[in-house]
Design a protein around this ligand. Structure first.
Ligand SMILES: Nc1ncnc2c1ncn2[C@@H]1O[C@H](COP(=O)(O)OP(=O)(O)OP(=O)(O)O)[C@@H](O)[C@H]1O
Ligand SMILES: CC(C)(CO)[C@@H](O)C(=O)[O-]
Ligand code: BAL
Length: 296
């Protein structure tokens, strides 16, 4: 079983035009490859909502602010294609950098505000690179739907803002984070962890979920965040790049869980940068707790 591969926009467009002529609904799943169950869950979600699925595989140089990170990024196209075929994905679009950014390419798509802070602060230029390539992928594929993981929470906000602001006619579908049995969020970068680091890694999601519960129960955010940082460092992480409480709806910074929120983190373990986030349910005020108890 194999999956067809398109290398150029022309090849991609020929296939998509034939689908469209037959009235088929098209979905795109943008990735940088080294596919794991997290990516495959996006493909399955796409298969449930569309007739034809394009998985894109492009390690986008414009979104890497660190040359070593780009050089070390896993490239496993053969294995990726072998994972996609049995799932029933219809096309792998794997352009090369010279086709995506030909000589003279001079356009940058920049989404402000939701790109500020968090990864935007620590990876300068990263979200410009993401917004530029995602805009290209949407226009190249002209898909009806696009699937993204909640694991990259700020990226999801950037993409949503991009399509709203540029009136790109595509529905963005967010999919939950797929985790290993011990809670670690699946990520292509996890393969860089040594055996010892891999054992320490799940402390990150563990601290996130206990902190989220404390915040929902009304514990002061400043204290919870400070203790969470300490716990992550005590587990063996060498640096907590950021750990912040942000509003779920628009990513605005929060000092208390007074509305639906996210606890969002980036931390370094043995030279590998891991990101994660969890939902924080809004703190119930005393009156609401009493009202709920009386109603029960
Ligand atoms: N564990 C996961 N669960 C659900 N979706 C995921 C998961 N990991 C990545 N994705 C989603 O897959 C898409 C492609 O992500 P990407 O190729 O960067 O994978 P990655 O594993 O996140 O790699 P990286 O090491 O760059 O973080 C994005 O929409 C991302 O949010
Ligand atoms: C969306 C994306 C494929 C753009 O290169 C990338 O940022 C990713 O893999 O999340
Ligand atoms: N998942 C976001 C891709 C990156 O780290 O560049």
């Amino acid at each position: 079983m194999t999956i067809p591969i398109a290398r150029t926009v022309a090849e991609l467009r020929t296939t998509v035009a034939a689908w469209r002529k037959n009235g088929l609904k098209v979905a795109v799943v943008p990735t940088m490859g080294a596919l794991h169950e997290g990516h495959l869950s996006l493909v399955r979600a796409a298969l449930a909502k569309a007739d034809r699925i394009i998985v894109t595989l492009f390690v986008n140089p414009k979104q890497f602010n660190n040359a070593a990170d780009l050089a070390a990024y896993p490239r496993t196209e053969h294995d990726d294609a072998a994972k996609l075929a049995p799932l029933g994905a219809h096309l792998l679009y794997a352009p090369n950098a010279a086709d995506m950014y030909p000589e003279g390419f001079a356009t940058t798509v920049s989404v402000s505000r939701v790109s500020d802070g968090l990864c935007g602060a620590f990876r300068p230029g990263h979200f410009d690179g993401v917004a530029t390539v995602v805009a290209k992928l949407f226009l190249q594929t002209r898909a009806d739907l696009a699937f993204f993981g909640v694991k990259d929470f700020q990226q999801l906000h950037v993409v949503r803002r991009l399509v709203r602001d540029l009136d790109i006619p595509i529905e963005i579908v967010a999919c939950p984070t797929v985790r290993e049995a011990d809670g670690l969020a699946m990520s292509s970068r996890n393969v860089r962890l040594s055996a010892e680091q891999r054992l320490a890694a799940p402390k990150l999601p563990e601290v996130l979920s206990t902190s989220a519960e404390r915040l929902s129960a009304g514990a002061p955010a400043e204290l919870v965040l400070a203790e969470a940082r300490q716990a992550i460092l005590a587990a063996g992480y060498e640096e907590v790049e950021y750990l912040e409480l942000r509003a779920d709806q628009d990513l605005s910074p929060l000092s208390a869980a007074d509305r639906p929120a996210r606890l969002i983190v980036a931390a370094w373990l043995g030279g590998t940068r891991l990101i994660d986030n969890v939902e924080v349910l809004p703190r119930q005020r005393k009156g609401e707790v009493l009202a709920a108890a009386n109603a029960a």
